[in-house]
Design a protein around this ligand. Structure first.
Ligand SMILES: Nc1ncnc2c1ncn2[C@@H]1O[C@H](COP(=O)(O)OP(=O)(O)OP(=O)(O)O)[C@@H](O)[C@H]1O
Ligand SMILES: [Mg+2]
Length: 351
């Protein structure tokens, strides 16, 4: 393993003609970290990853590995491992030869190549399928070959671009565990691109949320899940309920968010005035007399629980996830714990 301390992106930008796919992204990745770039389609995730890999040149900015500039280097001199959405395996070569390819290109002795390939096959649990062609494997198995091929060269950095998006839901969750296990066992440093918040939350040490070519927020999964800094990050993190409110700050970290018949408490700081309150369906709880009145609308059975539309007296809708069955048309009262309500005002509310 070629060790390194940190990879640093310094205000990197990438334009396509006049269109800026990536704008002044700053990011530091420390050895051993698992970082996800998370954001909606077209926000610049793949562009950022391809700039790091050297597959795309920068329009401006610098990339440094332990202080040494690498952005002028071609991809092969950076030597990072890549895993793509479509696996990109050589169809006419056996699994074993696919994995060996990168080592052979580096002129490594045959005996050592064989030994490393066998070890990589075991790691991804494909030791009995080494002689098959990629076309004779399932999607999940092919993706494991792609991961073995990237990891076998023991790269300083592994870059993965939506590697699980072609797999079905069950396999995606299994492979997610596999990817994190390999990251830990091999002591890799990984940058992982996804638009799936669950994937990013479960895999990452740190998440970078992007939108329109810029970084919107960076933090641990817990920080992003609990305290999204802006409304667009909150929406991306599952705060599906969004209400226009009037916020009142009491000066000691408590906010009252009111509009019409609705009154919610929240924690934190927000200037008093027009604002947006956001919360998750999971955090809407049934309450007694002190709760907010509403009527149950459509109810969807989700297996473990129910997802219901609640209609407020002013006609607006709140989504609630309930562990108990609810009946359409019933009057209910609900509450949302103040620590689960985010209030965004002004700039932060820009969606
Ligand atoms: N070769 C290209 N020429 C022109 N525009 C491009 C090119 N590649 C990407 N773009 C544009 O740059 C922006 C960012 O694209 P990018 O592929 O980085 O998005 P992404 O976040 O990876 O999206 P997705 O989740 O759909 O893969 C998009 O608006 C895209 O249309
Ligand atoms: Mg992409």
């Amino acid at each position: 393993m070629q060790n390194f301390g940190e990879l640093r992106l310094d205000r990197i930008s990438r334009h396509f003609h006049t269109h800026a796919a990536l704008r002044e992204l700053d990011l530091t990745i420390k050895a051993g970290e698992f970082i996800s770039l998370l954001g909606p389609s077209g926000c610049g995730k793949s562009t950022a990853l391809n700039c790091i890999a050297g597959l795309l040149s920068l329009t401006s900015g610098e990339i440094r590995l332990d202080g040494k500039r690498i952005d002028p280097l071609p991809p092969e001199q950076r030597g990072f491992g890549m895993v793509f959405q479509n696996y990109a395996l050589f169809p006419h070569m056996s699994v074993r030869r696919n994995i060996a390819f990168g080592l052979e290109m580096r002129g490594i002795r045959r005996a050592e190549v064989n030994q490393r390939v066998e070890k990589a096959l075991k790691l991804v649990r494909l030791d009995n399928l080494g002689d098959r062609l990629p076309g004779q494997l399932s999607g999940g198995q092919q993706q494991r070959v792609a991961i073995a091929r990237a990891a076998v060269i023991e790269p300083p950095l592994v870059l993965m671009d939506e590697p699980l998006s072609n797999l079905d839901a069950k396999l995606r969750i299994e492979m997610r565990h596999e990817i994190r296990r390999l990251h830990n066992e091999l002591g890799l440093t990984t940058i992982y691109v996804t638009h799936d918040q669950d994937e990013a939350l479960s895999l990452s040490d740190r998440i970078v949320v992007m939108r329109d070519g810029v970084k919107r927020q960076e933090g641990t999964p817990e920080e992003l899940y609990q305290r999204p800094a802006t409304l667009d990050v909150a929406l991306f993190m599952g705060f599906r309920n969004v209400l226009d409110v009037n916020a009142r700050q009491d000066g000691v970290g408590r906010i009252t968010a009111e509009s019409g018949a609705v009154r919610l408490g929240a924690l934190g700081q927000a200037p008093s005035g027009p604002a947006i309150a956001a919360f998750r369906p999971d955090d809407v709880l049934l309450a007694g007399e002190e709760g907010q009145p509403a009527h149950v609308g459509t109810v969807e059975y989700c297996g473990r629980d129910w997802l219901a539309d609640l209609t407020l007296p002013d006609g607006r809708t709140v989504l609630m996830r309930s562990p108990h069955p609810l009946t359409k048309g019933d009057p209910i009262r609900f509450t949302v714990p103040p620590e689960r309500v985010r209030v965004f005002a002004g700039e932060e509310a820009l969606a």
